[in-house]
Design a protein around this ligand. Structure first.
Ligand SMILES: [Zn+2]
Length: 595
């Protein structure tokens, strides 16, 4: 694999080109000052919007501000991510953050003002000013929250409590990132060393079972020791959600969380019900794992090790890109042309270099183009990451091209559909073109594990959130015992009786940061199921689905997420999409067990 010790050594065509945003830093400075002036001007609208015309002028100027501000902010963020140690980049980001505070301060009057209007007044403003047509849907969308907004005094009190209310999440973050001390593991030289998260993710996949067990025990050790503190942060977070839902007059914490996407709670409930009705497939997978690993008993630390031993594929970046292009062929010429442009016009920052931000992401910038950060490792995982992030990237690109600024940005609910469709097309292509039996097994195993992680595990988490919030809504206090019992029961139900339990299993709830962002993970599962449906149809050559899918990618947030998906033939208010995904999982399991 090609490794680089400095960013300068990386060839230009494998680095993104930030000059597409600002060709030199003075232009960034100019825009920063421009945004400051615009913010000052916006402030003057406070108390001065009295008719359609002034409302329009405010919204228009706010949109212009947000366009330029996004460029200023994104540029500094991308610069920092190139090398987080670089002080000059960090100082740009600090200034952009300062600007962001000024921007919010200058526009914070608007929501209370808008929600203070009655609907008739708003409609009359819209009727008298032609320009407001463009903002109409957005205004009514904000208006939807009116029944959940309190009096001015009450809102003032709540906003002062804001920081205190987020304390459980902040505290858990401190415990989980700063204070946590994992136990010791034995390194290759036979010495005891303290486990890190990075080491854990490798060791839990180690072919040596003793190493896995040791890492597993060392990983859970601090969570067991801190169980009471973490139970208290999590129960406080849940209590806050339940209390805020009550204060803001939502029927439940779940419905408050789903309100923004306009997702009925039945969608959430159906997801869990349909998954559990078909959970036998996942139990079967636990059995297959036990067989293939030739173990007398299978435990939680045997659940991540690859079932096919010794496969190490080296896929250089150029080859990975070519493979991805071929695999996306079913999406048609328009899609492929955009993918070629990503590479040729330098949208992608490919290589890992010292100080560069870890992981991978896509950031779409309206008026410029998407930027994709990778830390490409020339292996199979990196190929999947490339296809995944390019899925987000093309979605950003198409939505920006086809939507006005106000609806160009897509919601998280639909985002993972675009990335997962690409991953499914990729796995399909690789399987079709791989003759080597061991590699085929390896590929299938990879996909099954991903299915499990992105779908089943997330549904299990979603159910855990639902149960614990409902207990709180019934006034039942949450503590270590309740969390342990709930989590263990769910783990057993999802993974089946083949799995032999260690004491650690029941502490699974204590290590999940996502639980501090309520009712969020279910979107991974619905996104995955939707993608399975779409990719299957597209691969079958269904022209209509291909057309509606491309339209979906061009739709940004021009409609509510469920409606956008419905137009592609995926109706998440019905059990079919989830059931079909389950069926697909069952087929994969069968195919794998036959190989
Ligand atoms: Zn993603």
């Amino acid at each position: 694999m090609t490794t680089y010790t400095t960013r300068n050594d990386v060839p230009d065509n494998e680095k993104w080109n930030l000059e597409d945003i600002y060709s030199d830093i003075t232009k960034w400075e100019n825009d920063l000052q421009l945004v400051e002036k615009m913010a000052e001007k916006l402030k003057q609208f406070d108390g001065a919007i009295q008719d359609g015309k002034s409302l329009y002028q405010y919204l228009k100027q706010r949109e212009e501000l947000s366009y330029t501000f996004n460029h200023v902010y994104a540029y500094s963020m991308l610069r920092v991510d190139e090398d987080t140690r670089e002080a000059s980049s960090q100082s740009l980001l600090d200034r952009a953050k300062g600007l962001s505070v000024k921007v919010s301060a200058s526009t914070s009057f608007f929501m209370p003002y808008l929600l203070g209007l009655d609907k008739e007044t708003l409609s009359s403003y819209i009727a008298e000013e032609e320009g407001l047509k463009y903002f109409e849907e957005d205004l009514y969308e904000s208006f939807r929250y009116k029944p959940h907004v309190l009096s001015k005094d009450q809102e003032e009190v709540l906003s002062q409590l804001g920081e205190a209310l987020s304390a459980p999440s902040t505290t858990f973050g401190m415990i989980n990132n700063a204070d946590i001390k994992f136990g010791d593991v034995t390194n290759d030289a036979g010495e005891k060393v303290q486990l890190t998260r990075g080491m854990y993710s490798k060791l839990i996949e180690d072919e040596d079972r003793d190493k896995r067990r040791e890492a597993y025990k060392a990983y859970y050790q601090p969570y067991k020791e801190l169980k009471n503190s973490i139970a208290s942060t999590l129960s406080a977070a849940i209590k806050n959600n339940v209390t805020m839902a009550k204060i803001r007059k939502y029927p439940s914490a779940l419905e408050k969380a789903l309100f923004g996407d306009m997702v009925p709670k039945e969608v959430y409930e159906n997801l869990i019900i349909s998954t559990k009705e078909n959970i036998a497939h996942l139990h079967r997978y636990s059995e297959i794992r036990k067989e293939k690993l030739q173990l007398d008993e299978i435990r939680q630390y045997d659940m991540s090790v690859p079932l096919v031993k010794g496969v190490k594929q080296v896929i250089p970046y150029e080859e990975a890109y070519e493979t991805m292009i071929k695999a996306m062929a079913p999406l048609g010429e328009e899609y492929i042309t955009i993918l070629m442009e990503f590479k040729n016009a330098r949208y992608i920052d490919v290589r890992e270099t010292p100080g560069k931000r870890s992981g991978a992401y896509n950031l779409g910038i309206y008026g410029v183009h998407p930027f994709i950060l990778l830390n490409h490792q020339d292996d199979l995982d990196s190929l999947f990451t490339l296809a995944h992030e390019c899925g987000h990237g093309v979605h950003s690109k198409l939505s920006s091209q086809h939507q006005p600024q106000i609806t160009a940005r897509y919601s998280i609910f639909v985002a993972e559909v675009a990335s997962t469709v690409n991953e499914i097309l990729l796995i399909n292509y690789l399987l079709d073109n791989e003759k080597d039996l061991e590699l085929r097994k390896h590929l299938l195993n990879h996909f099954i594990d991903q299915f499990k992680g992105t779908f089943f595990t997330q549904v299990m988490f979603a159910e855990f959130e639902k149960i614990t919030h409902e207990l709180t809504e019934k006034g039942i206090p949450l503590n270590v015992e309740v969390f342990n019992q709930t989590y263990e029961a769910l783990f057993r139900e999802y993974n089946g009786d083949t799995v032999v339990f260690d004491e650690e299993v029941k502490f699974g709830w204590s290590r999940i940061p996502h639980f501090y962002r309520p009712f969020y993970v279910y979107k991974y599962a619905t996104g995955f199921a939707s993608a399975i449906h779409l990719a299957t149809k597209i691969l079958e050559g269904d022209k209509e689905t291909l057309h509606t899918y491309l339209t979906f990618l061009k739709s940004g947030s021009s409609d509510y997420p469920l409606e956008l998906l419905k137009k592609t033939g995926v109706d998440l208010t019905r059990p079919e999409p989830i059931e079909n995904a389950m069926k697909k999982f069952g087929e994969l399991i069968e195919e794998f067990s036959k190989l």
